[in-house]
Ligand binder design. Structure first.
Ligand SMILES: Cc1ncc(CN)c(N)n1
Length: 221
């Protein structure tokens, strides 16, 4: 069992609150109100700005070229994601400048600053464990929402979003993140430390669930 699987099992309830959230269920069913998706996506653009910083911090905290390359791949992946956000928000008439001027929601601040602090106060393994629900979680969600491939989604209203995370590029990013966790853990994880890392992973997963909830709450007004 790889480290990611162990973390998931140790924080099973938190993980489930994230990947099995009502927002994800409605998104997959195509019944998610557009207002909820829009509120989520606008905040997610702001989220990605902060997560770019977190991946840049991972490069700074790295000791080896493979670690720096992994951070570069994560940062590129996040920047690629922003193109999806700019495209979709552009259809609602929102420019990147307008997105940038939206105030950050509390859920955005809480999650992003938690991860940045894990990186600032901890080591590279702490930071990658805090980043894991983001990249590996969305890859898992993307795959679950497109079990027969993106083409089979037909005219699903959220096809473009699902396609981003079910697509090869994002799936490969998640594979790389899982491997990096194993490599880092082999070097610096003791069994005693595993408990602390699982708590950190569980917290990040909860903050992901709160982020979905923010989208649902915004649509309820
Ligand atoms: C909140 C959140 N978590 C994860 C991802 C995938 N990078 C995202 N775009 N937004």
């Amino acid at each position: 069992m790889d480290v990611f699987e162990r973390l998931k099992q140790a924080a099973a309830a938190d993980w489930q609150s994230y990947v099995g959230h009502e927002f994800v269920r409605q998104l997959g069913a195509g019944t998610l109100p557009e207002a909820a998706f829009r509120a989520y996506l606008v905040q997610d653009y702001l989220f990605l700005i902060q997560f770019s910083r977190a991946w840049a911090l991972a490069a700074y905290k790295s000791r080896t070229i493979p670690e720096i390359r992994a951070a570069q791949a994560g940062l590129s992946g996040i920047l690629d994601e922003t193109e999806l956000h700019v495209r979709l928000c552009g259809r609602w008439g929102l420019s990147p400048e307008q997105l940038h001027s939206v105030p950050e929601h509390q859920a955005t601040v809480a999650y992003t600053r938690f991860v940045l602090d894990c990186g600032a106060a901890g080591d590279l393994l702490d930071l990658h464990v805090a980043l894991a629900p983001c990249v590996i979680g969305y890859a898992e969600i993307g795959k679950a929402l497109a079990p027969n491939g993106v083409a089979a989604l037909g005219d699903h209203p959220y096809r473009e979003w699902i396609g981003e995370y079910a697509g090869d590029a994002f799936q490969q990013l998640a594979v790389g993140s899982r491997k990096l966790l194993d490599d880092l853990a082999a070097r610096s994880m003791t069994e005693r430390r595993f408990g602390e890392l699982a708590a950190l992973f569980g917290k990040a997963s909860r903050l992901e669930a709160d982020f979905w909830q923010m989208g649902l709450d915004a649509a309820r007004g």
